[in-house]
Design a protein around this ligand. Structure first.
Ligand code: ARG
Ligand code: ZN
Length: 848
């Protein structure tokens, strides 16, 4: 069942070209697949193709029709016996896209035919050597009813079209770039479209299209602008130009993940395309910009240079996330961008790294590869690239990227090949650095400091956790950006230290004992343990926006932990907080500085997790801050609350985030005054950002006002699926009593649809992250999610295994929660015909 990297073997056969004809009908699709194949391994006799859930009609080998003695059809493969060195295969098979609820291969999203083939969906369309190191040139003809499916798309350039007598029509596409099957895509539907153009730096004209359900065209403008910005950025920063004359994006409602970088034909979850001021939040606009760019950047990091095998996934994903993070930082605020990236990393990746599902960014084994599209492979992978960028510096990094593109263009390669280019052009030895690819879990760094006769001595000790199987892991190599500050706050020096040994001493000359500012910009994805740190000082004086933020977080965490131990509130923290409240700072950055640590952040530092205690302590601090700083917070709110503005410029977004931060903090007072403010905001504001924040606050502090608000919201938006997902999320995240029962009932709501992953994520997924009710001591939250995993696994194993992720913190829970959770986990495992996706996650959590 388990697949190992060490078992990798080069393909015995290569498919040179693949000509496909899709005849699309309402009840089935017929696929005709003509492949030119060559034998690479002269010892191979039979050709084995991947084939899952396919109904075989006919097979021809070099134009000879094969009878059943010449091939073997098994559950997941088709073996053609005794083939030559160079030959042609034609396979005709039938599939049923309208019944495909896994959303892999060819399926229907509403009335749109679309595909998702990464990593192994293509084998559900037609028999194929479905692995990324087999790259073919594809020609595709789509045939369908012209009225229902006027738009017929595939990769590459449009070659020709024809009409049939029976109202059907056909279009042929040709993609000149050889590509692996996972980048193959088709779309058919009656779609609306917006069109634009981009002229590349070498003057090539590219037509840009964004397709969506009719009526949503005007919501595609922001996505189009993001696409053009991304194309320009990749030319300016990486020198990479687009290489086809068409770039199309199609938005569909049913999609397992965010989006997919199919060559020249991206398919997107509509949540990452559609937006206007009326229906999308500021965060939605940012997410669209980032995902559009991510998929575009894959054209070079992923498509032109792809992965040899799926163990190399971080080769394209870590690198492409790093690229999209830098793009978003350039388009918006660098400071805020970096902090948001680190926050996201810790909320998801650190939790994963601390759990039994921890894995290196390059895993060495898997059961279900779909389980490895993780925060570790993506976000930690991006941090690893960022460290290389820091180690090499911008100039050499760019040189190394150029070398990577020059050397490996058109190939399917490994992370080692990437590191070779980095090392060669960067002039650094990366042997030890490679451990980041093969070791799991988050390393810690212990900082000890002393000052002796004009010398400041910093001792760094790496604490490297054991791997999941208990085996010891070795010290890492990484850049650690630090600075020394005088007591006036003045910076004496800033430096990038190279950490490489288990224990290392760094000596600095200094007149008096300086204050250490450490892991500036979060230069390495580690956990710092620093007893002597002076958070109040750094909150006030550090010029590094990350360390200033980090100090505010750490100070708050320590204050909350004291409360959890039954101690009082550290007034020095309150003073430092008030200072920030009064400081002149860029507003969206200030909003971040004023945010208290998440429940997850508190939980990650606890040895044994008890959510009730965490909640209580956090609420106590929040209430204390809200009442102590009430006037200032109200002032901040009033100054920046501009209900009649729906502008999307940086300043307007920042104002909204700051005043909404103030309002949220104040809401912990649960007073009528704040409820009234929130209610006014809900009724008056023109932006979705403001309405959602207001509604969320009302839901948590005023049963009465929230009932009217929710009612209004529902009536207004019940036909807008993306907005309804926000509605479900607010209710699923609620603190109010009866939340579980309401979530259960909402599944029967007319606006809810269990077959569409976005709905499952917005209701069930969000509930599974509602710490208060998911972790209720009676175990009913666990039982509900376990039931949902069992149900949804029958529909869509990927979505079910995503839900199972909520149980990752099992090991660290207190005995009571643990024992009720265990019963539910075991119950899921006892289900027969459980998918390997869910099995892999839950058996790892239970260490079976
Ligand atoms: N390559 C896509 C992206 O990162 C993700 C596709 C993942 N799909 C999946 N079924 N696991 O943009
Ligand atoms: Zn990606």
């Amino acid at each position: 069942e388990t697949i190992y990297l060490k078992d990798y073997k080069a393909p015995q056969f290569i498919i040179k070209t693949c000509d496909l004809v899709f005849e699309l009908f309402e009840e089935h699709t017929q696929v005709t697949n003509l492949m030119q194949i060559t034998k690479e391994d002269k010892n191979a006799k039979d050709l084995t193709l991947n084939a899952v859930d396919l109904e075989l009609l006919e097979i021809y080998l070099d134009d000879e029709k094969l009878d059943e003695s010449r091939y073997v059809m098994e559950k997941e493969s088709l073996k053609i016996l005794d083939v030559g060195d160079i030959f042609k295969v034609i396979i005709i098979n039938k599939i049923y896209p309208h019944l495909n609820s896994e959303l892999e291969g060819l399926y229907k999203s509403g009335n749109i035919f679309c595909t998702q083939n990464e990593p192994e969906g293509f084998r559900r369309i037609t028999p194929y050597i479905d692995r990324p190191d087999v790259m073919a040139i594809f020609k595709v003809t789509l045939v369908a009813d012209k009225e229902r499916y006027p738009v017929l798309l595939s990769n590459g350039n449009r070659e020709s079209n024809f009409k049939l007598d029976d109202g059907r029509h056909g279009i042929t596409w040709f993609d000149p770039h050889p590509k692996p099957s996972y980048l193959f895509a088709i779309v058919a539907g009656d779609l609306g479209v917006i069109e634009d153009k981009f002229i590349t730096k070498s003057n090539k004209y590219v037509r840009l299209y964004i397709y969506t359900d009719r009526g949503n065209e005007s919501k595609c403008k922001h996505a189009m602008k993001s696409l053009k910005d991304a194309m320009k950025w990749d030319e300016d920063v990486y020198g990479r130009e687009y290489d086809l004359s068409i770039y199309s994006i199609v938005a569909v409602d049913s999609f397992n993940m965010g989006a997919m970088e199919n060559k020249g034909l991206n398919i997107f979850n509509s949540a990452y395309v559609l937006a206007d001021e009326e229906s999308a939040t500021d965060a939605n606009f940012m997410a669209i910009e980032s995902v559009i760019a991510h998929e575009y950047f894959h054209n070079w990091t992923g498509n032109r240079i792809t992965c040899r095998d799926w163990f190399q996934l971080t080769l394209k994903e870590g690198l492409t996330v790093f690229r999209d993070q830098c793009f978003s930082a350039d388009m918006n605020s660098k400071e805020v961008g970096r902090i948001e990236d680190v926050k996201a990393l810790r909320e998801r990746q650190f939790v994963e790294d601390a759990s039994p599902t921890a894995h290196p960014i390059q895993p060495d084994s898997y059961m279900a590869i779909n389980n490895f599209y993780t925060a570790t492979v993506y976000e930690k992978g991006a941090e690893v690239i960022r460290m290389l960028h820091t180690l090499l510096g911008e100039k050499k990094y760019r040189k190394a990227m150029d070398l990577y593109f020059d050397t490996f263009d058109g190939q399917a390669v490994r992370t080692d090949d990437f590191l070779w280019a980095m090392s060669k052009a960067g002039g650094v030895d990366l042997e030890q650095f490679k451990r980041w690819y093969h070791q799991s879990r988050t390393p810690k760094l212990k900082i000890d400091e002393r000052f002796e006769s004009g010398k400041f001595i910093v001792t760094l000790t790496q604490i490297v956790p054991d791997a999941v199987d208990g085996s010891a892991q070795k010290p890492y190599y990484y850049p650690l950006k630090i600075a020394l500050l005088e007591s006036s706050g003045k910076e004496i020096l800033e430096k990038v230290l190279i950490v490489s040994k288990e224990s290392q001493e760094f000596v600095f000359e200094a007149k008096s004992k300086p204050i250490l500012s450490i892991n500036r910009d979060f230069s390495a994805p580690i956990i710092i343990e620093h007893k002597e740190s002076n958070y109040a000082f750094l909150m006030k004086h550090d010029k590094n926006s990350f360390v200033k933020y980090e100090s505010a977080q750490s100070f708050a965490l320590e204050t909350i932990e004291a409360l959890m131990r039954g101690e009082g509130i550290d007034e020095e923290y309150v003073k430092a907080y008030e200072h920030i409240l009064e400081e002149e700072l860029e507003m969206s950055y200030k909003a971040l500085l004023l945010e208290l640590p998440s429940v997850s952040a508190i939980m990650q530092r606890a040895k044994v997790i008890d959510f009730e205690i965490i909640y209580e302590a956090k609420e106590k601090l929040q209430k204390h801050l809200a009442s102590t700083c009430k006037e200032k917070l109200l002032e901040l709110y009033r100054q920046n609350h501009k209900p009649q503005s729906k502008k999307l410029d940086a300043k307007s977004i920042a104002e909204r985030s700051l005043k909404n931060r103030a309002l949220k903090l104040l809401s912990s007072l649960e007073s009528d005054e704040i409820a009234t403010l929130a209610n006014e905001q809900y009724n008056m504001s023109l932006t979705m950002t403001d309405r959602v924040v207001a509604l969320d606050i009302l839901e948590n502090i005023s049963a009465e006002l929230s009932a009217t608000g929710l009612d209004d919201f529902y009536k207004r938006y019940k036909n807008d699926t993306l907005v309804m997902q926000k509605f479900f999320s607010i209710l699923a995240a609620s603190n109010r009593e009866g939340t579980l029962d309401r979530v259960i009932a909402l599944q029967n709501d007319d606006a809810y649809n269990e077959l569409i992953p976005n709905f499952v994520r917005s209701l069930i997924g969000v509930f599974a992250r509602n710490y208060k009710y998911f972790h209720a001591k009676d175990g009913l939250g666990y039982k509900f999610i376990a039931d949902k995993i069992i149900d949804i696994d029958k529909i869509n194993p990927q979505i079910a295994s995503g839900l199972a992720g909520a149980f990752k913190i099992y090991e660290k829970l207190n005995e009571q929660n643990k024992s009720v959770m265990k019963i539910e986990l075991q119950r899921v495992l006892n289900e027969h015909s459980l998918s390997k996706n869910v099995y892999e996650i839950i058996s790892k959590i239970l260490k079976i």
